[in-house]
Ligand binder design. Structure first.
Ligand code: GCU
Length: 615
């Protein structure tokens, strides 16, 4: 359709056209603000928008861009309906469109979308009754990768990053009665994206985590950080920030089960500093994952969170949990849903995955390679599993591009801002397998110091590549200087040499810091059997594990491990027919729950505590 300039159209048509332009102009916002971060959003009462949404797959993004690639004022965000006598064709109708479930990726909902990378539109009607002195936010658990949101045709916000939650203010756009929200989500991979073009996991697109409406008073608690002091015994500290809070206003913290209560004053920067001495606190640990109900209130606003209190720090090559050396018996996990596959996002998914980790004898999980869902972190808090949380700075980003650094900082702010009160999280990982270049090191050092300024109560790590000289593994990546704990990935017996080589492999580690072997392993098709020299068989994978466990015990500063990986997961890089079928098969369990031989080998080592030393 060639679209001529309005001036050539007949007067009536011109009128209609101008009318829709005016409507679109009126729809133009009160300047849609940047999304905000909310701590404990899942603990707030909310109006769920989960369920079936109308959806339109729009590979050319013609719902937002004109044929000259200009952003349209009359885009599909207006959710217009064709009317009899229209002089202008309306070529979309969400009410007639096929449905997509939210929260979920679109790839596993429709065969035709399994490989789809591009824009998809979503629409949902909802009824709402605005309250006086109340602000309302559209809470998005996650939208992969870039997303735009409009309410009643008015732009609410846009966001980049597929694995962190964000909140868009829509107070200006909602009205009493029927309302509608339109979202455009585009999972196109981008060179300047985070992650960038190459990943070894499926690029599941869509509104992959819950969407809801959250109402708060005009002044409300947006972020808070409450943790056990490392320095002062039995003191819970840090701060509560009140958005729109007046200096001098008061914040109250109550922990009924500890008989503890304190009030603090909001200062110029909106923060109230918290310092509470408590008695008889049962510290959170894998053995005793004790959570306390904590009521935080400020003015008209209040919320109850469930928080565990523990300390974590390093001493030389030791990791100390609650002051005691600990060895992290772990496993790596992707947010792949067990059995149904697709992006994991339910409590059940979390309980199944973490249940298997517990069955394996783990006290630790590496949630790779992006921030996982709050349901996963809540389950880890409940089940007593320590967590390595990672931002998707994965492989070779554009490390010399300041815009990319800004995106990484935004994603880090969202990750830490949202999840900072989970006792389970002990490690913030800044990156995975990045090339050892100066630009990369500067980039990650900047991120690491930002993470420290956002949260001084946890440890900073990253998964480094390791170089080899003969049968010696050398850990000397300069990035190690910026880390509290060194993570290393190695694949002796799979990508390099054969499993037995591990028996004679030496390790030279140029850091006096705790070390975690954050990845090792090999692919095996569940149920495929043969000799332990036959790749892809369970026996071969088991053989890798046997030899690895022996080697790991010879690495002096080893204080943890998270083999790759708990469960097979979908990956576009794994096409081997009849074996991988687009799944990375390094799981100890198949995506259909079949345990492979190596599961029992690692389980025995963890149960008998024959691998690793805490000091
Ligand atoms: C890498 C990477 C993983 C990947 C794994 C593999 O080390 O970090 O994301 O899946 O190796 O090759 O199986």
């Amino acid at each position: 359709m060639k679209f001529l300039s309005p001036l050539t159209l007949a007067p009536i048509a011109l009128g209609t056209f101008l009318a829709s332009l005016v409507a679109a102009f009126l729809a133009l916002p009160a300047l849609s603000a940047a999304p905000i971060v909310l701590t404990g959003a899942d603990r707030r009462p909310s109006i769920s928008l989960d369920g079936e949404w109308g959806s339109i797959v729009d590979p050319y993004f013609s719902g937002l861009f004109s044929f000259h690639h200009q952003e349209r004022a009359d885009g599909w965000f207006l959710n217009q309906k064709a009317k009899p006598g229209d002089s202008f064709p309306t070529e979309y109708d969400f009410s007639q469109a096929s449905k997509l479930k939210v929260p979920a990726d679109w790839n596993t909902q429709r065969e035709s979308l399994l490989y789809y990378e591009g824009p998809v539109w979503y629409e949902r009607d909802f009824t709402y009754q605005p309250q006086v002195h109340t602000r309302v936010f559209l809470h998005v658990g996650a939208a992969n990768y870039r997303s735009w949101f409009w309410v009643n045709g008015q732009k609410a916000c846009e966001h980049e990053g597929g694995y962190t939650s964000f909140n868009c203010e829509i107070t200006f756009a909602v009205h009493a009665g029927n309302n509608f929200v339109v979202a455009a989500v585009d999972n196109t991979r981008r060179e300047d994206g985070i992650p960038t073009l190459e990943t070894d996991w499926w690029n599941y697109g869509g509104l992959t985590r819950s969407v809801s409406l959250i109402e708060v008073p005009e002044a409300f608690i947006d972020q808070y950080d409450l943790h056990l002091s490392r320095d002062e015994k039995s003191v819970i500290e840090d701060w509560v920030h009140v958005e729109g809070g007046q200096p001098g206003a008061s914040v109250e913290i109550k922990i009924p089960q500890l008989g503890a209560k304190t009030t603090a004053m909001v200062s110029e920067n909106g923060r109230a500093v918290i310092h509470i001495s408590v008695n008889h606190l049962e510290r959170w640990s894998p053995e005793t994952p004790r959570l306390y109900k904590v009521r935080i209130s400020a003015g008209q606003d209040a919320l109850d969170d469930l928080i565990g209190f523990r300390t974590v720090e390093t001493r030389g090559t030791e990791i100390l949990l609650n002051g005691k050396p600990i060895f992290l018996r772990g496993i790596s996990i992707h947010a792949e849903a067990p059995y149904r596959t697709g992006r994991a996002n339910t409590d059940k998914d979390a309980e199944t995955l973490l249940g298997w980790a517990k069955e394996l004898g783990c006290n630790f999980v590496r949630l790779a390679h992006y921030p996982h869902d709050e349901s996963m972190l809540r389950a880890a808090d409940r089940m007593g599993l320590l967590v390595w949380s990672e931002n998707p700075v994965y492989w070779a980003l554009q490390f010399d591009n300041p815009k990319v650094l800004a995106k990484a900082e935004q994603q880090l702010d969202e990750e830490i801002g949202t999840s900072r009160n989970h006792a389970a999280i002990i490690l913030w990982s800044m990156a995975n397998e990045t090339p050892s270049t100066e630009a990369r090191t500067r980039f990650i050092e900047t991120l690491a110091s930002r993470a420290r300024s956002l949260d001084s109560s946890r440890l900073i790590t990253a998964a480094l590549l390791v170089r080899s000289e003969g049968d010696t593994k050398i850990v000397d990546d300069s990035l190690g200087q910026a880390l509290d704990v060194i993570g290393v990935n190695e694949y002796i017996g799979w990508y390099e040499k054969n499993p037995e080589v591990a028996d004679r492999t030496q390790w030279r580690i140029d850091y006096q810091k705790p070390l975690i072997v954050s990845e090792f392993g090999g692919d095996a098709k569940a149920g495929l059997h043969g000799g332990d020299k036959d790749r892809w068989t369970e026996e071969y994978q088991a053989n890798i594990y046997r030899h690895q466990l022996g080697m790991l015990n010879r690495i002096a500063p080893l204080r943890g491990m998270s083999p790759w990986i708990l469960m097979d997961f979908r990956s576009p890089r794994r096409p081997l027919a009849g074996i991988q079928d687009e799944f990375n098969r390094k799981g100890l369990i198949s995506d259909q729950g079949q345990k492979k031989q190596a599961f029992a080998i690692l389980q025995k080592a963890y149960k008998d505590k024959t691998v690793g030393r805490s000091e």
